[in-house]
Design a protein around this ligand. Structure first.
Ligand code: PLP
Length: 449
C-alpha cells in the first residue's frame, strides 16, 4: 500500500523511472511521448545533460544559504539574465518555488506598493473569468476558474471578474476581432467604475490563457486598451505568464507579442523546465523604488526563495531558451505543429477550434461544429481523452469546463521545444487515435447548449 497522498485516490498511476528527450519511461518499460510537458513545464524534454550538470555542480558547492543571510552567485546570475531579456521597465526579480507562490508574491507586492505610495484604500484585484492563477488561497480567490474556486469560496476573499477575451465563443457575428477586443477590454473600465477605481489595486491576466480555457490568445488591440485603462485609473497591470511564458508561445515572454509593458510579471513552469521547482515575480523599477524609499523591505518571504540549486538549473534553462535559440525553435516548430493539427483535425466533426501560439496549442471539442454546442459534461470527455492517450503512449492535457467552468472540453498541447518532425507526427497520430477512441467510448455524443 502506498503512503503517498495522490491527486486522485482512485487513479492508478504508472511509475516514472527515466526520461529520454521528449519521452517519459515507466517501470514497465513503456514510453510516453510528452505532448503537454506535463502541464506546460518540460520545455527541454526530460534528459537535458547541461541542466543536470549545473544541478550537480551547484549542489557540490553550496546547496542552500538562507536569503535572510546571504545572496548567491546563482540567484544573481539568473536575475541578471532574466532582466536582460525582460520587457522594458521590469528591473527586479523575486525568486520563488512555483507559480502560485509567484502570483501570491505579486498580489502582496502590489498591495504593499499601494500602501507605500499613500493609497492604502486600494484593496481589490480584478481578473477574468476562465483564468487560473494558482491554487493557494490568495491566487485562487483572484482566479476565475469556477470549478477550482467553488468549494473554497467561503474561506476566500471576494474576487472580481470580467469577461475573458475568447474570440471563438464570444465575438458577435457583426464584430471585427478588434471591435470585439475593445468591447471586452472596456469591461475592465466598467468594473472599475462600479467598484470605485480608488479601491482597486490591479488587474491580473494571462496573456495567453492556459489550463482553464485552452491556449486562448488575445485579439489584436485588446491588451493595448487594457493598459490604457490601467494607466487612466492608476491600477497595476499584473501578467501571469506562469504557463505561457518562457518561450512557450514562441517568444521568451508571451507579452512581447502584444508589445505590452506590465508592472509585475509572474513566471514559473518552463523556467525550471521540470528540473527544479522554481518561479519568479518580476517588478518594475518604480515599484521597487517605492519599497526602497518607504519601509525598505517587502513584507513577504518563504524559506526556499532564491534556492541556489534551483537558480543554477533555471539559469542554464534560460540560457538555452535565449542564446541557445530554443524559444525561436518553439516559434518555428509551433507553426509546424499548428499546420499538422489543421491538416489532421481541421475538418474533424468534433473539433470546433484549433488555436494557440508557438508550442502552446489546443483543440476545443464540440458535439456539433455548426452550433458550437459542447458535449454533455456528464460524459467526462476530457478524462476519457487523457486515458485513451496514455494507453497509446501519449501525454496530453485535456480539461473540462472550457466555456464557463462546467461546460466545454479542450485538449491542451505544450510539447518540449526539442521535438523533431517525426515526433511531431507521432504526437498528432496518437492524439487522433485517442480522440476517436474517447469519442467512440462515450455513451452517446450528446450535445448540451
Ligand atoms: N498561473 C497559471 C497561469 C498557471 O497555469 C498555474 C498552474 O498551472 C499557476 C499559476 C500555478 O502554478 P503552480 O502550479 O506552479 O503553483
Amino acid at each position: 500500500m502506498s503512503h503517498v497522498f495522490p491527486r486522485h485516490t482512485r487513479a492508478r498511476m504508472p511509475v516514472a523511472v527515466r526520461g529520454d528527450g521528449p519521452y517519459i519511461i515507466d517501470s514497465q518499460g513503456r514510453r510516453y511521448l510528452d505532448g503537454s510537458g506535463g502541464a506546460a513545464v518540460s520545455c527541454l524534454g526530460h534528459s537535458d545533460p547541461d541542466v543536470a550538470e549545473a544541478i550537480r555542480r551547484q549542489s557540490s558547492e553550496i546547496s542552500f544559504a538562507h536569503t535572510g543571510f546571504f545572496t548567491s552567485a546563482a540567484a544573481e546570475s539568473l536575475a541578471d539574465r532574466l532582466i536582460a531579456h525582460a520587457p522594458v521597465g521590469l528591473e527586479r526579480v523575486y525568486l520563488v518555488s512555483g507559480g502560485s507562490e509567484a502570483v501570491e508574491s505579486a498580489l502582496k507586492l502590489a498591495r504593499q506598493y499601494m500602501i507605500e505610495i499613500g493609497q492604502p484604500g486600494r484593496r481589490r484585484f480584478i481578473a477574468r473569468r476562465q483564468s487560473y492563477h494558482g491554487n493557494t488561497l490568495g491566487a485562487l480567490a483572484t482566479g476565475g476558474n469556477l470549478w477550482r474556486r467553488d468549494p473554497f469560496a467561503p474561506v476566500m476573499t471576494a474576487g472580481h471578474h470580467i469577461a475573458p477575451c475568447y474570440e471563438y465563443r464570444d465575438r458577435l457575428p457583426h464584430e471585427s476581432a478588434e471591435e470585439y477586443g475593445l468591447r471586452v477590454a472596456d469591461e475592465l473600465e466598467a468594473e472599475l467604475l462600479r467598484l470605485g477605481p480608488e479601491t482597486v489595486i490591479g488587474f491580473i491576466a494571462e496573456p495567453v490563457v492556459g489550463a482553464t480555457a485552452g491556449a486562448v490568445p488575445p485579439v489584436p488591440g485588446y491588451f493595448r486598451r487594457i493598459r490604457e485603462i490601467c494607466d487612466r485609473h492608476g491600477i497595476l497591470l499584473i501578467l501571469d505568464e506562469v504557463m505561457c511564458g518562457m518561450g512557450r508561445t514562441g517568444t521568451l515572454f508571451a507579452c512581447e507579442q502584444e508589445d505590452l509593458r506590465p508592472d509585475i510579471l509572474c513566471i514559473a513552469k518552463g523556467l525550471g523546465a521540470g528540473y527544479q521547482p522554481i518561479g519568479a515575480m518580476l517588478c518594475s523599477a518604480e515599484i521597487y523604488a517605492a519599497i526602497e524609499a518607504g519601509s525598505g523591505f517587502f513584507q513577504h518571504g518563504h524559506t526556499y526563495v532564491g534556492h541556489p540549486v534551483a537558480c543554477a538549473a533555471a539559469d542554464v534553462v534560460l540560457r538555452k531558451l535565449t542564446t541557445g535559440g530554443l524559444a525561436a525553435r518553439a516559434a518555428r516548430m509551433g507553426e509546424r505543429l499548428n499546420a499538422a493539427l489543421g491538416a489532421r483535425f481541421g475538418a474533424h466533426p468534433h473539433v470546433g477550434d484549433i488555436r494557440g501560439r508557438g508550442m502552446f496549442r489546443a483543440l476545443e471539442l464540440v458535439a456539433d461544429r455548426a452550433s458550437k454546442a459542447p458535449f454533455d459534461p456528464g460524459l467526462g470527455l476530457a478524462a476519457r481523452v487523457k486515458q485513451a492517450a496514455m494507453e497509446r503512449g501519449l501525454i496530453c492535457y485535456p480539461n473540462s469546463g472550457t466555456i464557463d467552468g462546467r461546460r466545454g472540453d479542450h485538449v491542451l498541447l505544450a510539447p518540449p521545444f526539442i521535438l523533431t518532425d517525426d515526433q511531431l507526427g507521432e504526437l498528432v497520430d496518437k492524439l487522433a487515435g485517442a480522440l476517436d477512441a474517447a469519442l467512440r467510448a462515450a455513451p452517446r455524443a450528446t450535445a448540451r447548449r
